[in-house]
Design a binder for this molecule. Structure first.
Ligand SMILES: O=C(O)CCC(=O)C(=O)O
Ligand SMILES: [Fe+2]
Length: 228
């Protein structure tokens, strides 16, 4: 199946604009599901202390070396964890990011499809327990995740106020370019080898972010999560 996909030169140009701080979108002030999850469920959150990934699409929440499915675990009671507004907000954010990426790259928003995994991440300075937790390795998203064509990162906490370390780094010969997470800051870039990147180890505090990915291939698209 063929689908439109901008060429590598285009990527490089866009990548440079990102490094100059252009591909940033400020969504600060938004209350996202993870932020509401914590105060509503302090006991659960304490028990799930090692949780690092939450995927609202599948319900997968990482707990130490394993994943539990929140939707299965809570069943009908999931409504005590999330509300319809949380899901609406998630969809609104996804749409806003999608429109912004389309505009920045000069493509039609309808040619972008949300893809998986799209997830919340929580990183603190506790030791990684599985290779999966080793977020600091340099990687190419398309290789790591397969279907990604565009990666976006929405940060939910502030570098140096909420955590130390944890900056996002584009790995480039001669010039590493970093993005400092700020709550509400969104950065986005094409997901190929032109954008090899890593996250610095978090030395203290807790860093929250959402990785939202898009594909140009409709076969790899996923639907927004629904509140049921
Ligand atoms: O959280 C970040 O800043 C980057 C995460 C990342 O590289 C990824 O999810 O692939
Ligand atoms: Fe990545």
């Amino acid at each position: 199946m063929s689908y439109t996909y901008p060429g590598p030169n285009f990527f490089e140009t866009q990548h440079c604009s990102l490094a100059q701080g252009k591909h940033r979108l400020d969504l600060s002030g938004l209350r996202l599901p993870l932020a509401t999850f914590k105060p509503r469920h302090p006991v659960l959150c304490a028990r799930l202390f090692q949780a690092s990934i939450l995927d609202l699409h599948s319900g997968a929440l990482s707990v130490g070396k394993h994943f539990v499915n929140l939707y299965r675990y809570f069943g009908d009671k999931i409504q005590t964890v999330f509300s319809e507004e949380d899901f609406q907000l998630y969809r609104d954010v996804r749409q806003k990011v999608q429109l912004t990426i389309a505009q920045a790259f000069g493509i039609s928003a309808s040619s972008l499809h949300l893809t998986k995994p799209t997830f919340f991440s929580r990183i603190n300075s506790t030791q990684a327990r599985t290779a999966h937790d080793e977020y600091w390795h340099a990687h190419v998203d398309k290789v790591t995740y397969g279907s990604f064509d565009y990666t976006s990162l929405l940060y939910l906490s502030d570098y140096l106020d909420d955590f130390g370390g944890g900056r996002f780094v584009f790995v480039e010969e001669g010039a590493n370019k970093t993005v400092e997470p700020r709550a509400g800051r969104v950065s986005f870039f094409t997901s190929g080898s032109e954008n090899l990147h890593r996250v610095e180890k978090v030395h203290w505090g807790t860093r929250y972010a959402v990785t939202i990915a898009f594909t140009c291939n409709p076969d790899h698209g996923i639907a927004d999560p629904e509140f049921t």
